[in-house]
Design a protein around this ligand. Structure first.
Ligand SMILES: Nc1nc2c(ncn2[C@@H]2O[C@H](COP(=O)(O)OP(=O)(O)OP(=O)(O)O)[C@@H](O)[C@H]2O)c(=O)[nH]1
Ligand SMILES: [Mg+2]
Length: 634
């Protein structure tokens, strides 16, 4: 593992934690200022917690035997002095394998039996059901034990063909698969459906998650991987081998799972050592490698700069033996550099962007509020300074005009209560468009459409209907939210114009991301339906599984939209309400103080002293907020 990679990951992790710390400080500051507001505090704490647990996911995708696992060994686990994950000729990794570090649990290998494919629950849900998994402890101090245990990732078992068909693991109609049927009516299938390796490696501890996948159509069999896990990975390494070039099945995997779907992907042309012909000069060998890299770029329609040429095997050997020259020749450095200087910084920037957009906006509001309070206290102090030494009559006049100001303000505030009531009604209406019962009704009706015909046509129809209806509801909710904001803005303008309250910045409800997600589900479905491989598979089963995967994703998107709208309703209006209340309080206090001064002129100086103290306190608050803002932007 290069210094670069280790440093970048550590740096990323530190910044993430610092950001989380800043947000926690801000939540505490808000609690101190305004009293605990469970809603707001919880939300900020949620953001901080999700930052602390954020994972950077790098997935390795390819046809079997291209060297995915060997590459993972070379990139991340060479320090063990041996090949940690099993890599061998032919099909080796039998199930998708997720490698991560969770300090709350002891290191272990967790395996999900293949039979769970019969079940309705999604993989994501099964991950939270420990009882379904076989758990084997790993001993990081004993690489041999680890290596032996991890061999389980290659396990297969024999299963009656009927059952394998039912689980979508074997297709007797397919020429290429037919010969797998043994005389006793069984076929060989993977023993495990999914594996999770919890292992305390520094990079994993810093928040990196690695996903190794099996080749040979195994991805298509698990729609959740294609629809959600791989598209959501932060980077995908697509691996090819020089001895096979880009075969038809390589290209199919590229097009189906990588090219259109993933955020950031590169092609890794592996096994370049096979071109290291000792009878050729170095320049000739280089030229051969370069030609193959260019050809790969052309076929994949990728810029040449996104094709990396490496020898995973030589890189692993070189690192284990400490052979510097071989390591350089293996080409592994460029890939490590890519991870360290592009993939990780891109994720970091995205995270910063998302958080700063949200939290810094709130911080700005808090700072503006503190400034407004400083201004009010200073205004009062100036006025008292002017009144100091003047007669009661003048003070009485000031009191009368202040009373007038308070009366008109109270009237405006009273009117606003009506606006608020109306808004509350609108809010409920808005949420009804995104309610659980709406969601269930949409899902049931799409399923009914599909039940009429379990065909790819039925599937496309069903998903279109589902996405249209959900999209429509989301659009409607956004529109209602916009109307509410317009009404609110109008009502608030009076406060701004008549009473000089700072201009309002209520963020709009933005649900575009969830609508886009539904759109991409339609695209996925269309691609799935056009794919001849899927037409050949046992239809009903695959369509059912695919539909279940889609419905789960659509449900997730809808639920997220629902949560976003609820949150918006609960907190978007808060800053406005706080301001209105604060100003009311301020006028009342000021009036009360003038009253006391009128009763006892001696209290004027006490009040002035108090105000000076308040102003100093507010200034300290402001610098605390500035400090927090600095941690968030550092
Ligand atoms: N010559 C050479 N062989 C390699 C290289 N990388 C991997 N191999 C060999 O290729 C075979 C397959 O490697 P794996 O890492 O198991 O491939 P995989 O992509 O993980 O394959 P599956 O797990 O079956 O999907 C093994 O025998 C490796 O030793 C390389 O850079 N050069
Ligand atoms: Mg493998």
């Amino acid at each position: 593992m290069s210094i670069h990679l280790e440093q970048e990951v550590a740096d990323y992790s530190q910044r993430r934690l610092r950001l989380a710390g800043g947000i926690t400080d801000y939540a505490n500051w808000l609690d101190l200022q305004y009293g605990i507001d469970a809603e707001r505090t919880l939300r900020l704490m949620d953001i901080a917690a999700s930052l602390r647990h954020d994972k950077l996911v790098v997935a390795f995708v390819a046809e079997f035997s291209r060297g995915k696992t060997e590459l993972i060994n070379a990139l991340f686990f060479a320090s063990h002095g041996q090949r940690l994950l099993p890599s061998d000729v032919g099909r080796t990794t039998m199930c998708p394998t997720e490698l991560f570090a969770n300090a709350d649990e002891a290191p272990s290998l967790n395996l999900l039996p293949i039979e769970t494919r019969k079940r309705e629950e999604s993989l994501a849900r099964l991950k939270h059901m420990p009882i379904e998994w076989c758990r084997i402890a790993l001993d990081p101090a004993d690489p041999r034990q680890m290596q032996e245990t991890l061999k389980k990732l290659t396990e297969t078992r024999l299963m009656p063909a009927v059952e394998a068909i039912e689980l979508g693991l074997w297709n007797g109609e397919d020429e290429t698969e037919r010969h797998h049927l043994r005389p006793d009516g069984t076929v060989e299938v993977p023993a495990w459906r999914y594996a999770m390796v919890n292992y305390p490696h520094p990079l994993l501890q810093a928040g990196l998650t690695i996903l190794d996948t099996p080749g040979l159509n195994a991805l298509g069999a698990e729609p959740e991987l294609t629809l959600s896990v791989i598209p959501n990975a932060h980077a995908v390494m697509y691996v090819l081998a020089t001895d096979t070039g880009v075969t038809r099945s390589d290209l199919e995997i590229w097009q189906k799972h990588v090219h259109r779907h993933t955020n950031y992907h590169v092609a890794v042309l592996n096994k370049v050592d096979m071109l290291w012909d000792e009878l050729k000069s170095d320049a000739e060998v280089l030229a051969t490698v370069e030609r193959q890299a260019e050809e790969t770029a052309r076929v994949l329609k990728l810029p040449r700069s996104r094709v990396f040429t490496v020898s995973a095997q030589k890189a692993l050997t070189a690192k284990i033996r400490g052979d510097e020259a071989l390591r350089v020749r293996s080409g592994i450095d460029a890939l490590e550099y890519l991870l360290a200087h592009q993939v990780i910084p891109a994720r970091r920037d995205m995270l910063y962007h998302a958080v700063s957009h949200d939290i810094l906006g709130q911080l700005d509001t808090s700072r503006a509020d503190i400034s407004a309070r400083v201004k009010r206290s200073s205004d009062e102090l100036i006025q008292l300074t002017q009144l100091s030494g003047k007669n009661r009559e003048l003070i009485e006049q000031t009191r009368v005009s202040l009373q007038k100001e308070k009366d008109t303000y109270d009237a405006t505030a009273e009117q606003f209560r009506t606006t608020r009531r109306v808004m509350k009604g609108h809010g409920e209406h808005l949420l009804s468009h995104l309610s659980d019962s709406t969601l269930e009704a949409i899902l049931t009706s799409a399923r009914t459409t599909l039940e009429e015909s379990w065909t790819t046509h039925g599937l496309t129809q069903g998903i279109r209907q589902l996405s249209d209806e959900m999209g429509g509801r989301i659009r409607k909710a956004t529109q209602l939210a916009d109307n509410m904001l317009d009404a609110l803005e109008q009502a608030y303008t009076r406060f701004h114009r008549l009473h000089h309250l700072p201009k309002m910045q209520v963020p709009r409800l933005d649900l575009t991301a969830y609508r886009n997600r539904l759109e991409t589900l339609i695209e996925e479905t269309e691609a799935f339906c056009k794919d001849p491989a899927n037409l050949m598979l046992e239809k009903r089963f695959m369509i059912r599984r695919f539909y279940a995967g889609l419905a789960e994703e659509a449900r997730k998107a809808f639920r997220l939209a629902q949560a976003a709208a609820e949150r918006w309703l609960r907190i978007a209006l808060d800053p406005v309400m706080t301001r209105i209340r604060e100003h009311k309080q301020y006028l009342a206090t000021r009036l009360h103080n003038l009253q006391r001064i009128l009763e006892n002129m001696g209290t004027l100086h006490n009040r002035m002293a108090q105000l000076k103290q308040d102003i100093a306190g507010l200034r300290a608050q402001k610098s605390e907020l500035t400090r927090i803002a600095e941690t968030l932007t550092a």
